[in-house]
Design a protein around this ligand. Structure first.
Ligand code: CP
Ligand code: NVA
Length: 299
């Protein structure tokens, strides 16, 4: 049975813990694992922009002995030159895994359901599982067990938050979310479907951030979204600034998956401040994803 990495909620806590533990082992002694995936190959198909995901997967795979080829949608004629199934079958003659970033989560699920090649979600319109699993790694590295933390999210209800909501249910940590009421209303049906026991929504930032250990945010307008002007107006009071950080615990950390739109969702003072862990966060993507690649191929 082929294993895919599309959403965190398809995994048991034990499996995600296994990935996190091995990531820690690789990080401690990276040279020891330089042949871990020797002669394996990873294909990258990005339909949207990416710096961190692209680099952390490419460099990460090469550092554990594997090969990487990046494909351009137009070069291979994805969804136009031959059937997707034929294309995937062809790719599987050369690749051992394929990471895709696109704007159509259902397409990812459809490709995974063909069971030809392990598919990794490198961010879709719906979720960003590699980011959040890696952020849990960073939180544990900095603060200790995630189960003992309360996380605050401030801003948009987007793909990164969906993965975070799933993670809260799996790892059983408290998640307090500050989003504008109108965004909450327009996503009401989807949220209800998720049956959330560990997450609570607020429309007042101070209430959401109060006494939390970690404050997270992301851009107000995600890639591929329309109506960016009105979205920015709706979110204008949902900025993480020094005052917002004051509501959190004294030793709280600030996290952002990046890229950041400075002085929109976060001020320079916070992202460049002492509590910010954004660079550690970016670096850890590599170790956690090396562990994900290993997990998909070897477990
Ligand atoms: N955080 C993240 O996924 O960054 P990129 O969009 O640059 O890959
Ligand atoms: N929510 C952002 C995350 C980028 C890593 C986006 O989808 O653009």
């Amino acid at each position: 049975m082929i294993k895919h990495f599309i959403d965190l909620d398809s995994f048991r806590k034990k499996e995600l813990r296994q990935i996190l533990s091995f990531a820690q082992i690789i990080k401690k002694n990276p040279l020891k694992y330089s042949s871990l995936l020797k002669s394996k190959s990873l294909g990258l198909l990005f339909e949207k922009q990416s710096t961190r995901t692209r680099l952390s997967f490419s460099i990460g795979m090469q550092k554990i002995g594997g090969h990487v080829i990046e494909l351009n949608k137009n070069d291979v004629g994805f969804e136009s030159r031959e059937t997707t199934k034929d294309l995937l079958k062809t790719m599987s003659q050369y690749f051992d895994l394929l990471i895709i970033r696109n704007d159509d989560h259902n397409k990812l699920l459809e490709l995974a359901s063909l069971n030809i090649l392990p598919i990794i979600n490198g961010l879709s319109n719906y979720s960003h599982p590699c980011q959040i699993l890696s952020d849990i790694f960073t939180i544990e590295e900095t603060l200790g067990k995630i189960e003992n933390q309360t996380i605050a999210w401030v801003g948009d209800l987007n793909n990164v938050l969906i993965s975070l909501l799933q993670a809260a249910e799996i790892f059983n940590f408290k998640l307090k979310i500050a989003v504008p009421e109108s965004i909450l209303i327009s996503n009401h049906k989807m949220i209800k479907k998720m049956n959330l026991r560990y997450s609570k929504f607020f429309t007042q930032i101070s209430k959401a951030v109060k006494d939390t250990n970690c404050v997270m945010t992301d851009v107000w307008v995600s890639m591929g979204e329309k109506n960016s002007k009105s979205k920015k107006i709706i979110l204008q009071d949902f900025q993480v600034n020094d005052q917002v950080m004051q509501y959190a615990k004294k030793n709280a950390i600030f996290m952002h998956c990046l890229p950041a739109h400075r002085n929109e969702e976060v001020t320079d003072s916070v992202i460049d401040g002492k509590q910010s862990k954004v660079w550690q966060q970016a670096q850890n993507r590599m170790y956690v994803q090396q562990s994900i690649l290993n997990f998909l191929l070897k477990s």
